[in-house]
Design a protein around this ligand. Structure first.
Ligand SMILES: Cc1cn([C@H]2C[C@H](O)[C@@H](COP(=O)(O)OP(=O)(O)O[C@H]3O[C@H](C)C(=O)[C@H](O)[C@H]3O)O2)c(=O)[nH]c1=O
Length: 189
């Protein structure tokens, strides 16, 4: 498995090995021991799977606040998407900074996003399916969001923000400056 650190500490791009043969390929999409070897000690308790029919669908930027904060291991089961993590840990030297990576069925890449980060994605192909493991259960009372097109964050989604396919919740999400993050950077004094 290839492991590539990003400029946001803890956010890691993983590419599991694919064993190709005349039938197609086989890949271990998740292996706890290999993640631990990559420095990721995560206990996953829930798998999520969603389908987004239209190109330019944006889901995010979401988080769950403590005590049900979620780390996520994200991959693309079909199609192609641009997956983004944003650091919202107060005191972090990279607070408000984002990283993005194209995940597709073709490239087999995965993104690990620890607790304390917003997560969102924009689809780049029709009928795109995202599949991701979470380190805590769904807790709607802890559900939170920040606007995907917040100019202070400045994510280049590669889609026309005005034409993005959004949920009502995402269309009404607050800006980062109007939001009090429940996360504190562990490196803070
Ligand atoms: C997240 C979640 C949702 N639901 C139900 C609640 C709604 O009836 C329906 C759609 O939920 P929502 O509109 O929040 O789904 P997304 O917009 O895809 O939200 C997700 O998108 C971003 C990318 C994430 O990382 C989060 O996992 C999550 O916030 O599924 C559940 O039953 N369990 C769950 O874990």
């Amino acid at each position: 498995m290839q492991v590539k650190q990003t400029e946001l500490g803890g956010v890691v791009v993983l590419t599991p090995q694919r064993h190709g043969d005349a039938r197609g390929f086989f890949s271990e999409s998740w292996n706890k021991r290999r993640l631990a070897e990559a420095g990721i000690e995560a206990e996953f308790v829930q798998d999520n799977h969603s389908l987004s029919a239209k190109v330019g669908t944006v889901r995010g930027l979401h988080f769950q606040s403590p005590p049900h904060a979620q780390g996520k291991l994200v991959r693309c089961g079909r199609g192609c998407l641009f997956d983004v993590a944003v650091d919202i840990r107060k005191g972090s030297p990279t607070f408000g900074r984002w990283v993005g990576v194209e995940l597709s069925f073709e490239n087999g890449k995965q993104l690990y996003i620890p607790e304390g980060f917003l997560h969102g994605f924009a689809t780049r192909a029709p009928d795109t399916e995202i599949i991701y493991k979470c380190t805590d259960y769904y807790a709607p009372e802890c559900d939170g969001a920040v606007r995907f097109d917040d100019p202070e964050i400045g994510i280049d989604w590669g889609v026309d923000a005005g034409a993005a396919v959004l949920s009502e919740k995402d269309a009404k999400a607050p800006l980062l400056k109007d939001f009090d993050s429940p996360f504190v950077w562990e490196g803070a004094a």
